[in-house]
Ligand binder design. Sequence first.
Ligand code: HEC
Length: 155
Amino acid sequence: MGDHDKEVWGTLTKFMLGLAVLAVVIFVVAGSLATGNKEAAMADGAADMEKAIAERIAPVAMVKVAGDKAAAPAAKKSGKDMYASACFACHGTGAAGAPILGDKAAWSARIGQGTALLYSNAINGKGGMPAKGGRADLSDDAIKSIVDYMVAESK
Ligand code: HEC
């Protein structure tokens, strides 16, 4: 390496070192500034402010929840959803000898007797099938829409 090369390398190395030191300095300064800001903000009562905001929006959040609850009964649940919550325990597993959803062989004769009878047996009960599957809270129409779903899935 010639003297000139050495000089270039030396300058380059110093330059790189300088950059590295600068980066570290920026990093450290930025870090301390960030903490400093946070502390200053805390001193200004930012924590209190956060609490105050939470308290202020709480009634709105509550009203929203109450509103959703009030709207819930109006929203019609699908036969599928109601099936999952009211009928799956037996009709998803075959418990108590229930015909399993989707088991065409088990359903064909039942479907063959006509929808009206299926509805009434589901609503009033039949053998191991409790009236409304034990869900007296469900309306006749709700049971009918579940039966429609079960029949459609088991044809
Ligand atoms: C405790 C278990 C159980 C639950 C819960 C249950 N079922 Fe059943 N279900 C049965 C059994 C057992 C049978 C077969 C009854 C028979 O043919 O003797 C049956 C049969 C049926 C049938 C066919 C009736 C017929 O005429 O062959 C329908 C429709 C039916 N269930 C609908 C429902 C619906 C809708 C729900 C939910 C709301 C439900 N079941 C919940 C046990 C249950």
